[in-house]
Design a protein around this ligand. Structure first.
Ligand SMILES: Nc1ncnc2c1ncn2[C@@H]1O[C@H](COP(=O)(O)OP(=O)(O)OP(=O)(O)O)[C@@H](O)[C@H]1O
Ligand SMILES: [Mg+2]
Length: 272
């Protein structure tokens, strides 16, 4: 095969890889849009359910008071029979609990909606100044269900200055790093998310106590399609995409690891 042919093949491969990468990032972008759209649609009905529940709670208190006062006007044995019939004492005890639980559940749904909106930030293809901790919290809330059974997440946060970035993209990077960490665990593990800053950078890191990565693979893992996961479980694009996002931010995404002890991925974003 001629040198030209080899170069053409290499170029073709590169174009195919970049196209795949682009498709993946567009997929992520439309996933973000979908999430934001769903969050927006749910927001309205949840709003009036929350408001109705709060009125219901108030009305219930009033009704209970009314029943109490009316029952004092009736002969004792009649009141007793009526209350027995309707299971009144049980209802009186259970109602506030039911209402409080429903309100707590609803609050959780509302928090998730707010986080989904923060996470996908439809309107922010642009760079804005943000507090990284907000993005970390909303990302953690989004994948709480993935993490909670497989890992204990510890946070070691420092005071951070605002940092200029595209929040949805940085959230996406953190999501990839967290998913990689839990996916690497053979048993329940510990993930430590740390943050900090110096005169040049604002940074966060995701450290796990998983199996670690062989030293000679530490750069390879950032190449598109490099994966050790079973077919259909990983495309090998998470880190490649994450690095290209951080490159666009003029930042650094780097990894350190020790086999048998775990890995640490650090994202550094430039201070203004
Ligand atoms: N925290 C980690 N611990 C151990 N190995 C890791 C860790 N993070 C990444 N790796 C290794 O790097 C490889 C590439 O990661 P990357 O996120 O790019 O792709 P993937 O997770 O395999 O697939 P995808 O992210 O596309 O679903 C992984 O398959 C795994 O071998
Ligand atoms: Mg991955």
């Amino acid at each position: 095969m001629s040198v030209e042919q080899l170069e053409i093949d290499a170029l073709r491969l590169k174009v195919e890889q970049l196209t795949e990468q682009l498709m993946q990032s567009e997929k992520l972008a439309s996933l973000g849009q979908l999430a934001a759209g769903v969050a927006h649609e749910i927001n309205n009905p949840i709003g009036y359910v929350a408001s109705n529940l709060s009125s219901l709670s108030q009305y219930t208190d009033n009704l209970m008071m009314l029943i109490q006062q009316m029952s004092e006007l009736l002969p004792i044995d009649k009141t007793y029979n009526l209350k027995q019939l309707s299971d009144f004492e049980y209802i009186k005890q259970d109602l506030p609990t039911l209402l409080a639980q429903s309100q707590a559940g609803l609050k959780r749904v509302i928090d998730i909606i707010i986080d989904l909106k923060d996470f996908s930030h439809l309107d922010d293809a642009e760079f804005i100044d943000i507090d990284l901790h907000l993005g970390i919290h909303s990302t953690l809330n989004i994948i709480d269900h993935e993490l909670k059974y497989k890992a204990e997440v510890q946070k070691v946060f420092s005071d951070l200055p605002l940092v200029r970035c595209v929040p949805s993209q940085v959230n996406q990077v953190l999501l990839n790093l967290l998913l990689n960490a839990v996916q690497a665990f053979n048993k329940r593990g510990i993930i430590i998310i740390s943050t900090g800053s110096n005169e040049s950078w604002v940074w966060f890191s995701v450290k796990d106590n998983g199996p670690g990565i062989p030293e000679d693979k530490l750069e390879q893992i950032f190449q598109p399609f490099y994966t050790t996961k079973a077919k259909g479980q990983g495309t090998g694009l998470g880190l490649a995409l994450s690095r290209s996002i951080i490159d666009k931010h003029l930042g650094v995404l780097e990894a350190t690891s020790k086999l048998g002890f775990g890995s640490c991925f650090t994202v550094k974003l430039p201070r203004k």
